[in-house]
Design a protein around this ligand. Structure first.
Ligand SMILES: Cc1ncc(COP(=O)(O)O)c(C=O)c1O
Length: 363
């Protein structure tokens, strides 16, 4: 491969599998002998219909879900889902309950709160979001329409290592930054959504995987484009869908299947994360991880250095050796290495080696 590529640790849009990018490039000008690219074909044409259906089928197969779940493709980003979820599922006397475990979890809550239909089930804000709430801390009222969790907190580098028990209340999860990164009993979730630009494809579409029973009927007065039943009844083709994003998500899903599915991905992701966390833990305190150990994310590794000057130097020197996008989010500071599915083991090994050397040289 003659094109120069770096190890890309950006949090999203983030790195995508090279094979997928090459495949898309190879067929771009003439998709399946149509004489057109995928972005020039009608979304009602057979060529696109096949892409749409295959992507949905592969996603459900990877997640081990059956006929009672539906896959939707919706625009507006994961942020739009914060609104749609509240508007479709909550009302004043049946509010949505939110586990506030980070910035996006809080944003989701605030959208519902603004409408007078959101309550806090638990919050770790006072602890600077170093961990996710425990099962015992989740206070789900009897009036709850749902419990909303952000399953992986991209900014803070924390994730759930258990599936919340809700006592029959629908469980809704924002999996924007860990979607399809590990096998879970997805049937314990009623509604899962993910902005695809981290682990699954280019920005522009949100993947929703939810129980059909939740999607079949939305409140009568909701506008058309904010209703899940619009997307459900029309197979996400009520209006023009973001065809290129969906096409790429389909390619990533096929790639995941080729890698051995979510179990194989999880094993690889655990090995990758272990390398970077070991570089933190074995640095004699030079690196300080932000996340509490029992909440550590396998997707986003966050850590600080002794001072901001060294942090700046770290970012610059990392970039110079082909390790890009390691600067952390401004609300946490320090570093964040996003090591999504497409980040190869070698990328994490290179980062860990760089970290070790940098600590030795600057400690
Ligand atoms: C966990 C999580 N939820 C929601 C969002 C917001 O996504 P979008 O930019 O697609 O609205 C992000 C984006 O970084 C995220 O990481």
């Amino acid at each position: 491969m003659s094109v120069k590529r770096i190890y890309n640790f950006n949090p999203g849009p983030g790195t995508l599998p090279l094979e997928v990018l090459e495949e898309a490039q190879g067929e771009f000008l003439n998709f399946r002998d149509s004489g057109m690219s995928i972005i020039e074909i009608s979304h009602r044409a057979k060529e696109y219909a096949d892409v749409h259906a295959q992507a949905k089928a592969d996603i459900k197969e990877l997640m081990g879900l059956g006929d009672d779940y539906e896959v939707l493709f919706i625009q507006g980003g994961a942020s739009m889902q914060f609104d749609m979820i509240a508007l479709n599922f909550a009302v004043a006397d049946r509010p949505g309950y939110y586990a506030v475990s980070g910035s996006f979890a809080e944003k989701a809550y605030l959208e519902a709160e603004k409408l007078g239909i959101g309550k806090v089930a638990a919050s770790t804000k006072e602890e600077k979001f170093v961990r996710v709430p425990t099962q015992e801390e989740l206070k789900i009222g009897k009036d709850a329409a749902y419990l909303h969790v952000c399953y992986n907190n991209t900014i803070y580098g924390t994730e759930y290592h258990y599936i919340p028990e809700t006592g029959g209340v629908p469980l809704i999860a924002d999996m924007s930054s860990d979607m399809l990164s590990r096998p879970l009993d997805f049937s314990k979730f009623d509604f899962i959504y993910a902005g695809v630009q981290k682990n699954l494809g280019p920005a522009g579409v949100v993947l929703v995987v939810a129980k059909k029973s939740l999607l079949a009927e939305s409140p009568a007065k909701l506008p058309t484009m904010l209703r899940y039943d619009t997307f459900y009844k029309k197979d996400s083709l009520y209006n023009t869908p973001p065809v290129f994003s969906i096409y790429m998500v389909g390619k990533v899903a096929a790639w995941l299947k080729k890698q051995g599915g979510l179990k194989a991905m999880a094993e690889r992701n655990a090995k990758k994360a272990a390398l970077v966390y070991a570089a933190i833990d074995n640095s004699g305190g030079f690196y300080r991880g932000h996340a509490q150990k029992d909440s550590r994310s396998l997707m986003n590794v966050t850590f600080r250095l002794p001072n901001e000057e060294l942090e700046k130097k770290f970012v610059e020197e990392a970039k110079a050796v082909g390790l890009g996008g390691v600067k952390g989010h401004r609300s946490v500071g320090g570093m964040r290495a996003s090591i999504y599915n497409a980040m190869p083991y070698e990328g994490c090994a290179a980062l860990a080696e760089f970290m070790e050397k940098f600590a030795k040289d600057n400690g």
